[in-house]
Write a protein that binds this ligand. Structure first.
Ligand SMILES: Cc1cc2nc3c(=O)[nH]c(=O)nc-3n(C[C@H](O)[C@H](O)[C@H](O)COP(=O)(O)O)c2cc1C
Length: 177
């Protein structure tokens, strides 16, 4: 059976971003599974100075990748209660390619609510794509405390369980398309 692609999107290009640790952890959980093929995409590789500003070749390749993805997991920090601008510009490179596909959100913040406000603000954008929003979000609050000095997440089993539940939901809804 051909495995479906699930795209994991790291949603900030900020220098020194802690969300990268979270995204790498979430992606490592995905790689332990064999029920889909995980793809890692970093918005840093697609930073644009204006909307629809990607060069043609890169845009075509990105749209193909998005078309071939059956579902998405966005790992993003909360910036002033919203999502990073570069994440929005990245997502705006496609539209119909997202229709009917599940999106899960992992929020990251050094505050107590783990990017929940970012996630709520992102949902209307995903609705505009006619995507399916997975309710099982994972919120990585107090991110500065979450990883040890070697960059490993503390309490890995607890976090793996949360991520695994979210990924189960993503896979479940890819079966609707
Ligand atoms: C421009 C900016 C705005 C931020 N706004 C919030 C916020 O609204 N709520 C919050 O909990 N943390 C906020 N933070 C702190 C982030 O939670 C913190 O940087 C965390 O490490 C996750 O973001 P990072 O991946 O960029 O490191 C903000 C950080 C920046 C740079």
């Amino acid at each position: 059976m051909i495995k479906k692609n699930i795209m994991f999107i790291l949603g900030t290009s900020r220098e020194g971003r802690l969300s990268e640790h979270v995204a790498r952890f979430v992606f490592s959980c995905a790689k332990e599974r064999d029920d889909f093929t995980p793809l890692f995409v970093d918005v840093r590789d697609y930073v644009q100075t204006s909307t629809e500003g990607l060069e043609e070749e890169k845009l075509t390749a990105l749209r193909k990748m998005i078309t071939e993805a059956a579902g998405f997991v966005i790992i993003s920090p909360e910036y002033n209660h919203g999502y990073p601008g570069e994440l929005k510009m990245f997502l705006d490179n496609a539209y119909k390619e997202y229709e009917g596909k599940p999106f899960a959100i992992c929020g990251v913040s050094d505050g107590p609510v783990g990017g929940a406000r970012m996630a709520e603000n992102l949902k209307p954008v995903l609705s505009a794509f006619q995507a399916i929003i997975i309710n099982a979000a994972v919120y990585f609050a107090s991110v500065k405390e979450l990883f040890d000095e070697a960059g490993n997440i503390k309490e890995p089993e607890m976090w793996k369980r949360k991520v695994s539940g979210m990924l189960d939901q993503v896979i479940k809804y890819t079966n609707h398309i």
